[in-house]
Design a protein around this ligand. Sequence first.
Ligand code: FAD
Length: 575
Amino acid sequence: MSLEALRKGLRKRSPGVEAREDRGSLVLEGRVATWEERVALGYYAATAGYKGVVNDIVASEAEWAQAELPSSPFVPPPGERPLEGLSYDVVIIGGGVIGCAIARELCRHQLRILLLEKEEDVAVHTSSRNDGMIHDGFAAHPGSLKAAYNVLGNRLWEGLAAELGIEFRRPGSLLVFRNTAMAALYPVLAARAAKNGVDGWDFWSPRRLRAEEPNITDHQEGALFLPSAGILSPYRATVALAESAILNGARIELGACATGFEMDLKRITRVRTTRGDVSARLVVNAAGNWADHVAAWADDRFFSLHQRRGVDMVLDASTGASQSHILGMPQFTQAWSRSKGGGLVKTLEGNLIVGPTATEAPGRETYATSPGEQRLLERHLRINRALSTSQAITYFAGVRPCTWEEDFVLERSARVANLVHAAGIQSPGLASAPAIAIEIARLAVEALGEVMRVLPRADFRPLREAPPEPRRLGLEARAALVASRPSYGRIVCRCEEVSEGEIRAALVSALPASSLDAVKRRTRAGMGRCHGGFCTPKVMEILADELGLPLEEITKKGPGSPIVLGQTKARGGRP
Ligand SMILES: Cc1cc2nc3c(=O)[nH]c(=O)nc-3n(C[C@H](O)[C@H](O)[C@H](O)COP(=O)(O)OP(=O)(O)OC[C@H]3O[C@@H](n4cnc5c(N)ncnc54)[C@H](O)[C@@H]3O)c2cc1C
């Protein structure tokens, strides 16, 4: 579409909006009344075929969401600038699954690597707020980067999980046909699976589906079975990738927010951070929902991100026994939707995750859920007759960082010689992470090769030893563990059967936990039905003991989130 035709189309839809071309991308400017209007214009512009759409339209109701700074940058006390003056070959911005996977992959080379994460832990944002599904690759648009990297990533996760010492399973996924018209579409769906290179698919008759999933709804006409779909714990995977990178020599600096770049002509020379400014030969932008801001610091904003919220319901671990596969029952309109439609994902621990929703909404880190969103999830429960909302133990929200083109941005900057983007990593970003990491590491090494010699490392250690988990051991092995290390016999979190030994191990690991949430990400203590009602004081005591801090300094999620403020009663009963 020509620029003139696009302008005409935009004016027809919203008179206050203008478009201009900037170095191959399209920039939209102006004001509109609602967020929906802004979103519709962004998608309309994306049909014009430019490199990217930079949507700077302001929707008045949502101006707050245009904030330029991350919502919770951790500003350390004055004087704490441990990074000041240091020099690295690669600086990665963002400690989600993508940044951590890239850091580990780059460790295969003799490079000085620094990863900056603004929060007190890795996997605080989208990488822990997802369904943990290693998608088969069927749902991604054929020909997209999402489709290609999803299928590759799916193949890589099994071996990678084994190296990292984390659990991975392939229960397979069933897309249940709700009527005969949908079942008749099977050949079209099979053709799509073939086009995307998915590893296997099959038609399951209503009878076979009922035999394999006895609790399946009566209103079904068979299913598309995709055996390669897998599951893992997304936060454990991210922590394990980070630890593996550290064990291989990378530095991960938490509570370090990148705030800008110093540039020399078309190169980034230094990265400014809240913990000191560092020199960088190359920068990787893996900043999730903030990746377009990071690109802007280098005058390289050829894309912009919009946020698609997803809310999930978590059911009690006992519900897992009621189904064996990942189940989804897409509506007919799903074919035109930008989301995969959600369903029921059985986690490794047996909880069923119901969802997610998909709603365009402002807010890059807005995670509160509403009763309206929660009700949207109830339709998924109808797939499995054994389920009801009374089994819900919690809800959570995540935010997908989407480009207007609805695809990943995996490339070297065309304008800045030493910048590589891993941006727009919406779903299936978790599934694609190992493949994305290989490609970004390749691009980074190629760019670095122009200014230095990059040699492979002979001593890269792919294996990471995970601490023992008594609940996964047989009786004999558990008894032997407890006999040699008694703290593994003292159960702290009764819902999830997490022992004191596991919590203490998480506090002294390669990337030690330092808050209640960080302990939860590593051990699951507090993730069960009572949601920490019983174990929180005990976990706090262990944290205080191991970190040598008073209880008042133990936090839920880093600075500014204390759990107790002081003593209300003195020992002996007098206040
Ligand atoms: C509800 C929901 C369900 C999903 N389900 C699935 C699924 O089942 N399977 C799947 O494959 N994908 C799924 N996804 C998508 C997947 O979660 C994401 O694609 C993936 O987690 C993105 O990882 P990331 O590392 O790019 O982003 P993030 O995890 O958001 O990491 C980016 C990090 O960068 C940090 N950062 C940002 N700016 C700065 C700065 N200036 N300085 C320092 N640090 C900074 C942030 O604090 C953040 O930790 C889902 C997403 C949602 C929302």
